[in-house]
Design a protein around this ligand. Structure first.
Ligand SMILES: *Cc1c(COP(=O)(O)O)cnc(C)c1O
Length: 457
């Protein structure tokens, strides 16, 4: 009998994260200082001291494999290795010759891949004597993961949560508070940036860009405090490569190799964590025809509609300027349920690989993603978060293409988490109330007017 689940023994868990930077065919563009507009030195560090020293070093590291500290491995062992599944029941329902695998990150304590970096960042903060971490969160997945990481290492944690989610989605706020973090709605009266936006509009519903600015300002203002981010930057993608490193071993157990890898991208961390350990085979020419498909919502079509430009990571210009595909730092996303996919920019590493033609991008509509999520629930059983429902849509479409062509491709899905706190979205879908949103082309053009001017260098 063929196996439906591939377990990796804890003693065989990878001991290193994989750093793509030395293997990139061309170097990444530099980061640019938000105030001086000068490029930062390639070897770092980031100014001013926003992050812990350890992750600041990792951000620019040229080391191919970076050892995972023992304390981090020990924390990982409370939920890792995660299982690689073969989706036999989905394959059968689709009547496809494709082999579908999914690596499932929903079994972590926070229900997603995000603890993989939250634990690492909290550990380094503890080691460096930092007392308190700040961050932003949209729907609350990252905030809850960081709250969990801080609980593990005994740190204080303050989370600036986009106000509309704070009001509409209490469950992840309650998770944060249960793990001992403080969550406030952003814009908040606690920072200058927050007070500025509240003065303009006391009912401001907030955005990730504003919440990032608040969390950065808080970290600058307090010596015992560092800022953390849950996606986008190099060191977060690095920590997430534990996913792909495990999957490589598990696919070997299954005697399989992916022809297509699909994943959703918000800032790009879960998907990069899966595909970076594979893309080295594409870059080296060992598997040149491997397809890596980044999936995003039509409501926030960063790669598929945004230009490749210099832009701020946040709304107040406190975070560095990066070269990325962007919808503009003042992007206010339409209210789709995939809260994790609504950031205006994208991980520079993914943007660079997309620009060079090594990864593809596809946009999908919300209703179609939930249709895929329901098919998955009724076959594989898992209630999928709205974000990875995007992967399921594209994976199902690719499997159906195999049915037409008769090809037996191997499809690997980067399944980033469960949707137990997103049942209201399923309810809207099931009752026929769910709508599609397409971000208008004019708005993409309009946002470009506010991009920072970076001199050529
Ligand atoms: C946050 C989140 C995402 C999007 O973030 P990335 O950095 O792009 O991975 C995707 N899926 C889940 C379940 C999330 O919580």
């Amino acid at each position: 009998m063929e196996r439906a689940m591939y377990f990796l023994d804890q003693k065989d868990m990878p001991t290193h994260w994989y750093n793509i930077i030395p293997d990139l065919p061309e170097p990444l563009p530099p980061l640019v200082h938000p105030a001086t507009k000068e490029p930062l030195p390639k070897e770092g560090p980031l100014p001013p001291p926003l992050f812990t020293d350890s992750v600041n070093k990792q951000e620019f590291s040229q080391e191919r494999y970076i050892e995972i500290p023992d304390e981090v491995l020990e924390a990982y062992r409370t939920y890792r290795p995660t299982v690689l599944h073969r989706a036999f029941r989905l394959e059968k329902a689709l009547d496809t010759p494709a082999k579908i695998f999914y690596k499932y990150e929903g079994t972590s304590q926070a229900g997603s891949h995000k603890p993989n970096t939250a634990i690492a960042q909290a550990y380094y903060a503890k080691k460096e004597g930092v007392k308190r971490l700040t961050t932003e969160t949209g729907a609350g997945q990252w905030g809850s993961a960081l709250a969990f990481g801080c609980a593990f290492f005994g740190l204080e944690c303050k989370v600036y949560m986009v106000r509309v989610s704070y009001n509409q989605k209490p469950y992840r706020r309650i998770l944060m508070e249960t793990w001992g973090a403080q969550a406030v709605p952003s814009p908040s009266p606690d920072t200058e940036v927050g007070r500025r936006f509240l003065a303009e509009n006391p009912e401001h519903t907030g955005s990730l860009g504003i919440a990032i600015s608040e969390a950065c300002e808080d970290a600058y203002a307090n010596d015992d405090t560092k800022y953390t981010i849950g996606s986008v930057v190099n060191h977060v993608l690095l920590h997430q490569t534990i996913i792909g490193e495990e999957t490589r071993k598990q696919m070997e157990m299954a005697d399989a190799y992916p022809d297509i890898i699909v994943g959703c991208i918000g800032g790009g961390s879960n998907f990069a964590g899966q595909f970076l350990p594979w893309i080295r085979d594409k870059l080296s020419g060992k598997k040149p025809d491997m397809r890596i498909i980044c999936v995003e919502p039509y409501a926030a079509p960063t790669l598929t509609k945004g230009p490749y430009a210099w832009d701020y990571g946040d709304i107040a210009g406190l975070a560095p300027i990066v070269r990325m595909y962007t919808l503009g730092h003042d992007f206010i996303p339409p209210p789709v349920h995939a809260g994790g996919l609504r950031y205006h920019g994208m991980a520079p590493i993914i943007c660079h690989l997309y620009k060079l033609g090594f990864v593809e991008a596809q946009a999908v509509h919300q209703v179609a993603t939930f249709e895929a999520g329901v098919t998955f629930a009724r076959t594989e059983g898992i209630i999928t978060a709205p974000e990875p429902c995007h992967d399921l849509r594209v994976a199902i479409d690719e499997a159906l293409k195999c049915k037409e062509s008769g090809e037996s491709k191997t499809i690997l899905i980067a399944h980033s988490g469960h949707g137990h706190f997103d049942l209201a979205a399923y309810d809207e879908y099931l009752s026929g109330r769910l709508q599609d949103y397409e971000y208008p082309e004019e708005k993409v053009k309009e946002a470009l007017k506010n991009l920072p001017e970076v001199p050529a260098f």
